[in-house]
Ligand binder design. Structure first.
Ligand SMILES: CC(C)(COP(=O)(O)OP(=O)(O)OC[C@H]1O[C@@H](n2cnc3c(N)ncnc32)[C@H](O)[C@@H]1OP(=O)(O)O)[C@@H](O)C(=O)NCCC(=O)NCCS
Length: 162
């Protein structure tokens, strides 16, 4: 399948760590990702929007699975030297175990291997968990954009050299 063709040995994916497998997204993961979006994001991507995103050649999704359950995912797009986060999420029952940190490191490696020089994204000002997580990984907060989301919330633009 097309997303498997992107797999390269140097990405180190799939990777097993304890009960978890870090892997490329597979189509069967999509309903679970859509459900996590709906549960954990104020303005979630729908199943069909996600499918449209995933079908773009510039899009990459990585997941962490425990058996067949998706416990975390990250989606990002590559624009030449820039990697841009679409969204990242860890299932509530699996938080504060370092999964977001480890998944971001895998995403960094995938992006670097395809020529990216920096990662960037937008985080709601209220999302202290994500802001702290990225700060701990050396991401900078480079600006604030007012009324970024439909509900009017501002975002912090975050950025990291790879
Ligand atoms: C933000 C999120 C991805 C973090 O996932 P996680 O797997 O729990 O994060 P990690 O365990 O890797 O934590 C890494 C560091 O981030 C920080 N952090 C994570 N959750 C935090 C919280 N609730 N409050 C404060 N700091 C937090 C801590 O510094 C943590 O290190 P520590 O546990 O050693 O103190 C997760 O809370 C989530 O999925 N939230 C809902 C979706 C979302 O908001 N996604 C981001 C926007 S795209």
């Amino acid at each position: 399948m097309f997303w498997r063709k992107r797999s390269r040995h140097q990405d180190g994916v799939p990777l097993r760590e304890g009960p978890f497998i870090y892997d490329w997204f597979k189509l069967r993961d999509l309903p679970q990702i859509a459900r996590m979006e709906a549960k954990y994001f104020p303005e979630p991507y729908s199943f069909w929007t996600l499918l449209g995103l995933i079908l773009r050649p510039s899009t990459y999704y990585l997941v962490i699975r425990q058996k067949n359950m998706v416990v975390a995912y990250i989606g990002f797009r590559l624009f030449e030297k820039a990697a841009h986060t679409i969204s990242t999420c860890v299932h509530h029952d699996f938080r504060r175990r370092g999964l977001a940190r480890k998944l971001q490191l895998v995403a960094n490696r995938v992006a670097i291997n395809r020529g990216a020089r920096w990662f960037t994204g937008e985080v709601r000002v209220s999302n202290l968990a994500q802001l702290e997580h990225l700060k701990q990984m050396g991401w900078l907060q480079i600006g604030r954009c007012p009324c970024f989301f439909k509900d009017g919330e501002d975002i912090i633009v975050v950025w990291k050299w790879l």
